[in-house]
Design a protein around this ligand. Sequence first.
Ligand SMILES: Nc1ncnc2c1ncn2[C@@H]1O[C@H](COP(=O)(O)OP(=O)(O)OP(=O)(O)O)[C@@H](O)[C@H]1O
Ligand SMILES: [Mg+2]
Length: 378
Amino acid sequence: MPYHITHRIGLDIGTHSVKGVEVVERGLELIIRAAQVVPISNHSDSNKPPSSEAIVHAIRTMLSSGGFHSTKAILALPPESVHMKWLHLEASNEAELDATARAAAIRGAPFPADDVVVDYRVLLPRGRRGRNIYFVMLVAASSSAIDELLDLADRAGLEPVAVDVGPVAAARSLEDYTSRRSPLWSGQPRAHCVVGAKSTTISVIRGDEFEFARTVPVGGNDFTARIADHLSITWEEAERIKSSRGTQLLPNGTLVCTAGEGELLVPCDNVVGRLAREIQRSLRFFSSQYAEGSYLGIVGSTVLAGGGALLPGLDKALADRGVEINFIANPFAGFSVDVRPGLQSIGDFAAQFVTAMGLAIGDYSAGMSCTKERVTAA
Ligand SMILES: Nc1ncnc2c1ncn2[C@@H]1O[C@H](COP(=O)(O)OP(=O)(O)OP(=O)(O)O)[C@@H](O)[C@H]1O
Ligand SMILES: [Mg+2]
């Protein structure tokens, strides 16, 4: 980003819906000007990703119905287009570290070597310390996925100004929210569980550092599938029932849905159980990287976010299976909101805007998070 942009849209393109947040800088303050979510019309329980036409249509609808003004957009790469890993690397100088980190990022990435863009961050060393040993977070992204994303934004009439990694953007807004909620920081890492439609990303953040991330194939759509299956109804009907007021997940995993006069009960304990197990497994893996009992590996708090977190009772049902959720994120809390009709009620659905908000509040003036240079494997 060669110049400073004061109006911008954080645009999060998911498999279920597109979410956008427009912010305006006034002095040192960031003000939310618009926030909107629009489902992508051809999403369904089929495993096919939505078509680019459907995504472009959803973005255009989002921009017009949400009253967005800016055309400058910051985009997020979805988890499947990004490969992240954390490694100790040895290097005797900065140039060597740079070359080693880039080569290591390419190695093992599930993209062809001529289709990969890499980036890395040096973090504080974990356990092993020594001169010339660096602990680095390596990021490899599919450059064709970046091109596709830029093309989608372009077709929707937007001007992309930066591309970030989805979970990193979500973490930025979640940490910003958490530190405002409780300014005293214990030094312990925090876990973020962003429950999307088809998948959930579990990340661990310590201070400013992104220390772990894993995406697991369970999300909000698994509840929709259970409802459709159990009640023998269409996907659309099941989705509508799931999101209607009054629907609630009981701690035992039974989903109580209000339909017309009566109440319907749908057993969803296996979906909650899978989600709880995946979260536990990920956090256990994170902790296992430290010496047993080391406080460095103990996760201090867990926050829930993403569209899937909007299912009332999910936090309690997870707690019932041993995953204590400290709170559900509201990325808008603490920000001034431009008073316009409709925008006030968006707070009820705030948890699904974590990625879009993280994109909107990021400082990309130092350059893109994913450098656009093409890297060829050595
Ligand atoms: N009010 C609601 N109540 C319950 N579930 C909801 C609600 N709103 C959205 N969801 C569910 O949240 C999920 C979508 O979440 P989100 O918008 O984070 O996903 P996405 O970003 O489009 O997808 P992904 O990140 O998995 O590609 C869907 O399963 C949807 O049914
Ligand atoms: Mg998403």
